[in-house]
Design a protein around this ligand. Structure first.
Ligand code: PEP
Ligand code: MN
Length: 358
């Protein structure tokens, strides 16, 4: 099947735009089989595969290299799906283009480095190819914008953005914290650019992909890039986050594709900012509660040493009285304060009991 420039344009303009394929091209069979199955689903527009893999530590699979590019050519010829790969150097741009890769993308580890982005941009001068730019690893919008500017200055007309989450200290739920507010701000600044979400690299695990994909669609993203593999558990990279083409098909089928919502991007951005504030405040409250329990435990140690009971009603009444007096000032109802202090008190007693029994 011939994939002309017109076919690529058509795909680029399609909404939602779905990009899928393995994290890494591993073998010819794996690429061909994945592509065939994805194509059968009828739900995938562009085939992705990593050819050169930026790995955090050496010794991990660093990509099959140029040898894998003819496999993508074959997969394209067989399925009619345009292809996309990650490029990080000028040489990689040349090789990818030499083997007719239709769309290029700049990875998160490259976007962080202006030298590398410039090298890629220089290699793109005079070339007519769509380029997608992933957000940098660290939550720095300026770096992302800088990369867009470098690629645009090289004369690339079709630039897309891929939100793949940001590295953050102490984050456990996600491999890369989505920090939706940053992505939304990026989208606000580039309203006409293709804006794709990459749930795979945000989640780092299969079980929450659906939720993130749905959220992206609810936030009016233009499409998704999701990694898929014929045998995810045995993938040579990112095994935990890949899904089979069948699982991908089901996932995409289960997404509620909301029509463009009345709510504007501004409204989303405003809501997201406020929600982030709520998250921060909740985190602080949680930390303070932990500290409060630590103090209660220290009190318990004194009580134990001096043979005093855990519950001292007079002291508890004093705490409640203070709380009631203050609650009005913060527009908190008496009912809420009572429930809240009851819960805190119970937890505190449990902590103290543990000290008494230790
Ligand atoms: C990838 O898409 O396989 C990849 C390496 O992604 P990122 O640059 O987002 O880490
Ligand atoms: Mn990957």
């Amino acid at each position: 099947m011939q994939v002309t420039k017109e076919v690529v344009q058509e795909k680029w303009a399609k909404r939602p735009l779905i990009i899928s394929g393995p994290c890494s091209a591993e073998t010819e069979d794996q690429v061909m089989e994945t592509a065939t199955q994805l194509s059968k689903s009828g739900k995938v527009d562009i085939l992705r595969a990593g050819i050169w893999k930026p790995r955090t530590r050496p010794g991990n699979f660093e990509g099959i290299g140029t040898k894998g590019l003819p496999w993508l050519q074959k997969a394209k010829a067989l399925t009619g799906m345009p292809t996309t790969v990650e490029v990080a150097t000028g040489k990689q741009v040349e090789d990818a283009l030499h083997f007719d890769v239709d769309v290029l993308w700049i990875g998160a580890r490259t976007t962080v480095n202006p030298f590398s982005v410039q090298e890629v941009a220089d290699a793109l001068r005079g070339v007519n190819v769509p380029v997608m730019i992933k957000n940098p690893i660290n939550p720095d919008l300026e770096l992302w914008i800088g990369a867009v500017e470098r690629v645009a200055k090289a004369g690339i007309k079709q630039i897309g953005l891929i939100h793949r989450g940001f590295s953050s200290y102490g984050n456990t739920e996600y491999r890369n914290a989505p920090m939706w507010h940053l992505a939304i701000e990026m989208k606000r600044r580039h309203p006409d650019m293709l804006f794709i979400n990459d749930p795979s690299h945000i989640c780092g695990r299969r079980d929450i992909l659906q939720e993130i994909a749905q959220k992206a669609i609810d936030l009016d993203y233009d499409g998704l890039m999701i990694e898929s593999h014929i045998d995810p558990d045995n993938a040579w990279s990112d095994a935990k986050q890949q899904v089979t083409p069948q699982q991908l098909e089901k996932m995409l089928g289960d997404i509620v594709w909301r029509k463009e919502e009345i709510a504007s991007a501004e409204l989303h951005a405003a809501l997201e900012k406020l929600r982030q504030q709520i998250n921060h405040l909740d985190d602080e409250i949680m930390q303070l509660l932990g500290q409060r329990m630590n103090v209660a435990e220290r009190i318990a140690t004194y009580k134990k040493e001096n043979n005093i009971t855990i519950l001292q009603t007079a002291r508890w009444n004093e705490i409640l009285d203070r709380a009631f007096k203050k609650s009005g000032q913060f527009s908190l109802s008496k009912e809420f304060i009572t429930k809240y202090y009851d819960a805190v008190h119970m937890e505190s007693i449990n902590h103290q009991t543990r000290i008494f029994n230790s």
